[in-house]
Design a protein around this ligand. Sequence first.
Ligand SMILES: C[S@@+](CC[C@H](N)C(=O)[O-])C[C@H]1O[C@@H](n2cnc3c(N)ncnc32)[C@H](O)[C@@H]1O
Length: 285
Amino acid sequence: MVRSKKFTHSEYKKRLIKTWNEIAPRYHKRWAKNNIGPFKSSSELVKLANIRPGHAVLDLACGTGAITKRIATKVGISGKVVGVDSSISAIKIAKKEINNKTNLDFVLSDAEFIKFNKKFDVVTCQYALFFFPNAQKVLQNIRQYLKKNGTLALTLHGNKDTVPYFSSILDVITKFIPDYIPQGTPNLDRFGTKDQLKKIISQAGFANIKVQEYAFTYRPGTFSDYWQNYLKYLAKPLKEKIKTLSIVQKQKMKNQIKQNTLPYTKKSGQIIFPWRVLVLTAKCS
Ligand SMILES: C[S@@+](CC[C@H](N)C(=O)[O-])C[C@H]1O[C@@H](n2cnc3c(N)ncnc32)[C@H](O)[C@@H]1O
């Protein structure tokens, strides 16, 4: 078996930036701008973060700005929102859809190296903590820029057993293509339970930690829709890896993926996936 070399943190991040620069438009169109599946969490995050008019809010790893804009509406003209992301393509989409909001800025930066000359009332971060190879360093940074008693509010996917949308495909593909997820990639599942999440947040020195669990659902259509859409939205390097399989292997892989989806497939052929989401709030002491 040919094993790809192990990524260092900076190589992993470079690759992630490239991936997000490629997929941001597709991600925005399919997920972020629609209030579907896990994105039903956006309104919960804004509610639990207790964002009020006049607040200064940092939205870390803001992506295409879907939630950042919601927050801007909430803080009003007396407040301010800064969205930070390391993908220029995501930031461009976010900026394009600002709709003349003057209380909103977007900054291109790695979450590990943010620098501001002011502190925030609230820091939000939706579906991104697991992407940071040094999540602890990012959390220390956040503390530096949160006011005393300021709020940290995070949204994460539940662990893989609770999000079969991901695991139905990935558990099988990684058997057929062992280097599909290259060595050195952080485990994206590592903050997927209440205990794991609370642990890293408390290690970073936050207090009053609360985690709310949600059981959302997502309907990707039939198995064929699910599989075709997965391929359509995939970044090029992964598409290339799938192309290396023979037709027979590909069919075998597809059959095994289909088996995984059967527990969630209705008589009509439509799949309804459960989707666990965790929303954490904590205070900066
Ligand atoms: C799943 S998207 C979430 C975007 C947005 N928060 C939302 O809810 O739609 C993850 C985002 O994290 C960003 N990201 C990943 N690593 C980052 C880093 N080290 N610093 C800043 N942004 C990062 C990606 O560019 C991508 O836009």
